[in-house]
Structures are given as structure tokens and as C-alpha cells.
Write a protein that binds this ligand. Structure first.
Ligand code: BES
Ligand code: MG
Ligand code: ZN
Length: 466
């Protein structure tokens, strides 16, 4: 068990959830001391407000937290995350459910666990905080697995590029593979330049060489699911250099790789009946005399020649070679994750990543599961009429379109040119970052779509051994 969750309810203090509709009833069940204290404090059960309650001896009786009333337009299922920062150290349990939605208790416990995260690599360890008894009926192991996977991804994204360059990210990926009994190989140097010319071109200017990590796990007979994650450890933009304000956060440009790793770990630990492959093109998009240039033309793994319209559109370049490799074995399902475009943020903001999918039934399943797991995504179209925006003048394809429009869509269309044989492919243009703290989502790195896709894969393929 992680240190924030426990299974033993012994001595745990109760937390009551109350809305304006239920507060009188909840207060009626408290001891006279606690009830009088709540009244004297002027407590109102506004969503997210927390009050610790005294017993007659002046110790703690429990706590109460306000939640949205039933029928409210929007109830945040992770709101209980507020408790992690508001309750004193000790063991707590939910005395009632925060709502009647099917997964209310599970998501409340998850919110608590996710909010308890803090990035401590460069600071002294956090003081012990409150711990939560896993509610009855909630799968403690699954919850634990999710928290472990997301913690790993958050730590990877939050670590700055001086400590999370290509060497460190490769090491973390190989460690994750070996912890979970997966096989791994790394392509670098001359083999990379020959087999994956675009990964090499993007990464060759950096002090730490570009590479491709290729992880496989599971029975070769099981349905093949392949995950590809953008691992740009830092994105300066290259010779099309970013202004400082746009570069500031670019340590997080490997969040796609971190997301693929987190999903892979949770799939392996749950023992899903799939043959999993994880491809992580890992580079730093740097500036040096050896940097690739605007106007350069390179071959790609697939054979299409690619003209570099913009060195800052590097994500799609490293992904297209990895996707081409993934596609060669015609996996049943292929997902890629990438902090690919600023345009995706302009369209949908940081919390709702757009996704693109070649299969309508899968797309519907993804969108629905996103809402159910409160890990939401929104489908945007692979709009065929825009595909010609990428046509090359002296090459088969340009890595950017000439105009300013539909930037996330044209990036997805670029990637689609490298996918042919996969049964179904979905591309997630993630942000990988919480700009400010919200319940379950502390400011900093995060791995969007992991919970959603784990749920979907588990439902589709089932669990075997664990
Ligand atoms: N890593 C960036 C995209 C990005 C920027 C994601 C900010 C999240 C927040 C990517 O490599 C990039 O620079 N994309 C360019 C593409 C453009 C040159 C066509 C962009 O979005 O501006
Ligand atoms: Mg870029
Ligand atoms: Zn980038």
C-alpha cells in the first residue's frame, strides 16, 4: 500500500460529505459537541469546504466536507482531493458517499490519493499527511496501481531537463520495463540514423544522443496493442527557436513518453491479456552547428521524403518514424501520446485533450470512457480536405502546413500518413500539465488519458495472470 492509502479502518476518523440539501441530516448525526461547534463556526457546506470537528474531550471527532447538491450542473468527482490538503495527519475514512454517481466513492478515493502527490526531488520530504481507508467496494489494488503509475509519470514530467535528459529518460523506461518483466532494446547511433532518419535528425544536435526505446511484454499470441510516446526531453524549438515564454515549460515535452510508460505499467501490473509494445522516441530538440535546419529534406522510415518546414514541429517527426515501425506488425490497436501542438490548447484548453481516431466505434468508446473515468478527452476530426495542406513542394510531405489554421488537426493528419496497417489508431494531443492546482490535479506534470485507456483496454481484452 502506498503511504496515503490503508486497508485497515481501525481507529480511523470519519469524514462526512454534506451538501446544502443534506447538511441538517448529517449534523443531526453528530455528537452534541461537534454539532454545536459546526454551528458556532458558521460552517456552510459549500463545495470543497472542510471543517474538522471536536469531540466533547476537545479531541477530534471527525470532519465534514461540503459537496455540490444533487442535480447541480457540475459535480467534480475528484473534489475529495481537497481533504488531502485540509485534514490533519492521521487515518480517515469516508462516513458516507459524496454523491450517488456509479463511481462516486472510487473517484473520491482516487481524488484523495492524487491530491496527496507532491514533487519532492529537490526539497525535504513532505510532512506526513492524512491517510485514507480504501472505501468498501473499491478495488484497493487497482487504485494503488493507478496512483503508482501516475506518480511515476508526474515525477518524470516534473523533473527538469538537466536531470531528465535522454539518458535519464531511457534509464527510467528500461527500469520500468525490467520491474514489470518486459523485454527492452534501444536503437541508437548508426542504426538509428539508418532505420529512423527523422528521430536522428531531430535529436542529433543535443549533447545526449537521440534514441528509440522499444519495449515488449505479454504473450505473442495475444492481441497486439502498441503505445507510442513523444519523448522530447526539452524543446527549444531548434533553429526555429521558441521565445523564452514559450520555452519555459518545455521540460514537459516528454509527457507523451511518460504517459505511455504509465499506461504500460498499469496494463502490465493488471496483467491485461494483450501483447503490449511501447515505442519511445527520445531526443532533445537542441540548437548547435549540427542542428537540422528549416528547408532540409530527410527520408523517413516509411520511405516518404519529408521537408522540414519548421524545426519546432519536431514531435511529429520523431513520432512518424516510431509509428511507421509500430505499423509494420499491424497491431490491433495503436495509441500515441504527444504534447504536440499549442493549437490543441487554443482549441480545448489544458484539461481536455483532443484525440483523433481512425475507427468510429473505438472513438465513441474512448470518449465515453473518458467521461466515466473523469479523464476526459474530446474527439476532433481527421479532416481529409485539409490533408493536402501538408503536400511538399520538393518532397512527398512537409512537416507543417503553410497557414496558421487547424494546427492540431494538420499535425494529426501528418501522423496519419505513416499509419496504414494498424487495425485502429488513436492519437492524443495531450498537455501533460496542470497549470494550477485543482482537486486530484496538483499543479505540474500529469499523465492525461492513462486511467481512461486502462479502463477501456481492461474492458476490451480482460485480465489474465497478475
Ligand atoms: N511541444 C510543442 C507543442 C506545445 C507547445 C505543447 C506548448 C504544449 C504547449 C511542439 O513541439 C511545437 O512546438 N509545436 C508547434 C508546431 C508548429 C511549429 C507547427 C506549435 O504548436 O507551435
Ligand atoms: Mg516544438
Ligand atoms: Zn515539442
Amino acid at each position: 500500500m502506498s503511504n496515503v492509502l490503508t486497508r485497515s479502518a481501525k481507529g480511523a476518523l470519519p469524514v462526512w460529505f454534506a451538501s446544502t440539501d443534506t447538511w441538517d441530516e448529517v449534523r443531526g448525526g453528530l455528537s452534541p459537541a461537534a454539532s454545536a461547534f459546526a454551528k458556532a463556526s458558521g460552517f456552510e457546506p459549500t463545495p470543497g469546504r472542510v471543517l474538522t470537528l471536536p469531540n466533547a474531550a476537545g479531541g477530534l471527532e471527525g470532519a465534514v466536507m461540503g459537496v455540490e447538491r444533487k442535480g447541480a450542473r457540475w459535480r467534480d468527482p475528484l473534489l475529495a482531493g481537497k481533504l488531502a490538503g485540509a485534514l490533519p495527519a492521521g487515518v480517515w475514512r469516508f462516513a458516507n458517499a459524496p454523491g450517488d454517481a456509479p463511481r462516486a466513492l472510487e473517484l473520491a478515493a482516487l481524488g484523495f490519493g492524487l491530491s496527496a502527490y507532491s514533487f519532492r526531488r529537490y526539497r525535504k520530504p513532505a510532512q506526513p499527511g492524512p491517510r485514507l481507508v480504501v472505501p468498501q467496494g473499491v478495488d484497493a489494488k487497482a487504485l494503488e496501481r493507478t496512483l503508482d503509475a501516475l506518480t511515476m509519470a508526474r515525477d518524470l514530467v516534473n523533473t527538469p531537463a538537466n536531470d531528465m535528459g535522454p539518458d535519464a529518460l531511457e534509464k527510467a523506461a528500461l527500469a520500468m520495463a525490467s520491474r514489470n518483466g518486459a523485454k527492452a532494446r534501444v536503437v541508437r547511433g548508426a542504426a538509428l540514423q539508418k532505420g529512423f532518419p527523422l528521430i536522428h535528425a531531430v535529436g542529433r544536435a543535443a549533447a545526449q544522443e537521440p534514441r528509440l526505446v522499444d519495449i515488449t511484454w505479454g504473450s505473442p499470441k495475444a492481441p497486439k496493442v502498441t503505445l507510442v510516446g513523444k519523448g522530447v526531453c526539452f524543446d527549444t524549438g531548434g533553429l526555429d527557436i521558441k521565445p523564452s515564454s514559450a520555452m519555459l515549460l518545455m521540460k514537459k515535452d516528454m509527457a507523451g513518453a511518460a504517459t505511455a510508460m504509465a499506461l504500460a505499467q498499469s496494463v502490465m501490473q493488471a496483467g491485461l491479456k494483450v501483447r503490449l509494445r511501447v515505442l519511445l522516441p527520445i531526443v532533445e530538440n537542441s540548437v548547435s552547428s549540427d542542428a537540422f535546419r528549416p528547408g532540409d529534406v530527410y527520408p523517413s522510415r516509411k520511405g516518404l521524403s519529408v521537408e522540414i518546414g519548421n524545426t519546432d514541429a519536431e514531435g511529429r517527426l520523431i513520432l512518424c518514424d516510431a509509428l511507421a515501425l509500430a505499423d509494420e506488425e499491424a497491431p490491433e490497436m495503436m495509441f500515441d501520446f504527444a504534447t504536440l501542438t499549442g493549437a490543441a490548447r487554443v482549441a480545448l484548453g489544458p484539461d481536455l485533450p483532443p484525440f483523433y481516431c481512425t475507427d468510429d466505434a473505438l472513438a465513441q468508446d474512448i470518449q465515453r470512457t473518458g467521461f466515466e473515468t473523469h479523464d476526459p478527452v474530446w474527439r476532433l476530426p481527421l479532416w481529409d480536405p485539409y490533408d493536402s495542406m501538408l503536400d511538399g513542394k520538393i518532397s512527398d510531405i512537409n512537416n507543417v502546413s503553410a497557414g496558421p489554421f487547424a494546427g492540431s488537426i494538420t499535425a494529426a493528419l501528418y501522423l496519419r500518413r505513416f499509419v496504414e496497417k494498424a487495425g485502429a489508431w488513436a492519437h492524443f494531443d495531450i498537455y501533460g500539465w496542470n497549470p494550477s492546482t485543482k482537486p486530484g490535479r496538483p499543479e505540474g506534470g500529469d499523465a492525461q488519458t492513462v486511467r481512461l485507456l486502462h479502463d477501456l483496454l481492461e474492458r476490451r481484452f480482460g485480465r489474465g495472470r497478475t
